[in-house]
Design a protein around this ligand. Structure first.
Ligand code: ADP
Ligand code: ADP
Length: 226
């Protein structure tokens, strides 16, 4: 069974825009799939539907066999990292990460362990007391990733997480994120319009156009026939 199954999914927004058009995708356990394509091709809408932020107009999305529309928002099996970090600026790094864990009623000791674990994973050991506004853009994105991973999601959803960073940092972070993804073996869906990013990170690339799959293959094959 696939970790994530998207079957015949469409999304028509009020007003009539068909953002996603009969789209299907199976993502295996521990696989990293990149959705690549021009702006407006439906990538973010697919991601938001998998994350449960939008509901499909047609079709079905399941995670480990369970329909995502039936899952309660506070028990989402997905963790999402956005382009702009969306951290809480009035909270410390620790509290940003701990927030969701408190909602799940983990004990203070468990929360501390998890926060320290994910901070170490993203290379920010010792940053717990900092305010997020004191961090660089790259560090803020690492905290956003740590916050998602702390909830131990089954599926990690990344929506252009490096778009606001400069080229050099982008390259560094994509290597770091791929490294973490492989270590945790976490199933990941990654949205980007950067071909470099897709090529260097993905097990498989799905090229989208007009809400549909134009091509889906291993990076070396997609690259050979762009
Ligand atoms: P980006 O391409 O930078 O990811 P988008 O323009 O795709 O940004 O989307 C930003 C936000 O605006 C999303 O929440 C999306 O749902 C919303 N949005 C995008 N296009 C429209 C539209 N035509 N009408 C209303 N909301 C839209
Ligand atoms: P991408 O992520 O590939 O840039 P999106 O999924 O953001 O594409 O958008 C696909 C299409 O759906 C675009 O035409 C966009 O304007 C439209 N769209 C996205 N979100 C909304 C929304 N909330 N309301 C209306 N149209 C939207």
């Amino acid at each position: 069974m696939s970790a994530l199954s998207i079957h015949g999914v469409s999304k028509v927004f009020p007003g009539g825009t068909t953002a996603v058009d009969d789209f299907s995708l199976e993502v295996g356990d521990g696989e990293l799939v990149c959705l690549l394509g021009p702006s407006g091709s439906g990538k973010s809408t697919v991601l938001r539907m998998v994350g449960g932020f939008e509901s499909p107009s047609a079709g079905r999305i399941t995670i480990d066999g369970e329909d995502v529309t039936r899952q309660s928002p506070d028990r989402r099996p997905t963790g999402m990292v956005f382009q702009s970090h969306a951290l809480w600026s009035h909270m410390t790094v620790f509290n940003n990460i701990a927030f969701g864990l408190k909602l799940r009623r983990l004990s203070p000791a468990e929360i501390r362990d998890r926060v320290e674990g994910v901070l170490e994973l993203v290379g920010l050991t010792g940053y717990g007391r900092r305010m997020t506004t004191q961090l660089s853009g790259g560090q803020q994105q690492r905290v956003a990733l740590a916050r998602s991973l702390a909830l131990e999601p089954k599926i990690l959803l990344l929506d252009e997480p490096f778009a606001s960073l400069d080229q050099h940092l982008r390259e560094r972070l994509r290597d770091e994120v791929r490294d973490i993804q492989l270590r945790l073996k976490i199933t990941t869906l990654f949205v980007t319009h950067g071909q470099d990013e897709a090529l260097s990170m993905a097990d498989r690339i799905v090229v989208m156009r007009n809400g549909r799959t134009e091509q889906a293959d291993r990076p070396d094959i997609v690259y050979r026939n762009p």
